[in-house]
Design a protein. Structure first.
Length: 260
């Protein structure tokens, strides 16, 4: 274990503790962030950590930005803006997989896969956090009707622009630190990230579980609400928001790796 890796571990621990102390992560989320950061650091060194840091930093910023105007939306969600281990691994787990594959093979396609998976996670987070600030309600891709903000499987123009921006910033940072990636690879990473965000929306619309609270009649991602168990309205068993996030980022990373 060299001094540089030890220093990077110190940075990972410090950032994870900072995330916990600022209520961006709970205890399990902080531990999952340490695991994710360690795997990426092991594979790609400080360059990989910088890409991961841009994702974590920007997604945390947008989660907190105008949070008071998003308070009503959290009632529809299974989780809050304080991320637990499931949410961390849903967004970063695919990057860990591609990092381990890179360690075992040293193939640049898995570098592209790691970057694209984080590009997709960032695109989805930006779309969700910025899109909910739109003055117009989003449109469901399942019914093409206007739905409430925060509804899974819905899109808005602002959310789509934000999604592209989230994918692009990861692509740009990746191109800046990883000289192995040419401009075509960077365009692939951005495209795969945006594609992953769209896949996330489609999965959310058609197969993600959704419930109806029997007390307040709100539609929610949570299986319980108002202290009672909710009635399932749609979706496949075990397909929650974390499953959808992980699947979308894994598909985005895999697409980039295959097309490299």
């Amino acid at each position: 274990m060299n001094d540089q890796f030890v220093f990077q571990l110190f940075i990972i621990l410090a950032v994870s503790l900072a995330g916990w102390s600022t209520n961006n992560l709970n205890r399990s989320g902080a531990l999952a962030a340490v695991v994710t950061g360690t795997a990426i650091s092991w594979a790609f060194g400080w360059k990989g950590l910088l890409v991961l840091g841009v994702f974590f930093g920007t997604s945390s910023f947008w989660s907190k930005y105008k949070s008071s105007s998003k308070s009503g939306i959290e009632k529809k969600l299974a989780k809050t803006s304080k991320r637990d281990w499931q949410q961390v691994l849903a967004n970063g787990g695919s990057a860990v997989i591609f990092s381990l594959l890179y360690i075992g093979t040293n193939e640049v396609i898995f570098l592209a896969g790691m970057c694209a998976s984080l590009s997709a996670a960032n695109a989805d987070t930006w779309a969700s956090e910025i899109g909910t600030l739109s003055k117009r309600n989003p449109v469901s891709v399942r019914t093409w009707k206007s739905v409430e903000r925060g509804t899974s499987g819905a899109v808005s123009f602002l959310g789509l622009i934000a999604s592209l921006g989230g994918a692009a910033i990861i692509g740009w940072i990746s191109s800046w630190v990883f000289h192995e990636l040419d401009w075509q690879s960077v365009l692939l990473i951005i495209s795969a990230g945006f594609f992953g965000s769209l896949i996330d929306t489609l999965l959310g619309a058609f197969i993600q579980m959704e419930y109806k609270c029997i007390k307040c009649d709100i539609t929610t991602e949570a299986s319980s609400h108002c202290g009672v168990k909710c009635k399932k309205e749609k979706g496949a068993y075990l397909v929650n928001n974390e499953f959808v996030n992980f699947a979308a980022s894994l598909l985005a990373g895999s697409a980039a790796a295959i097309l490299m």
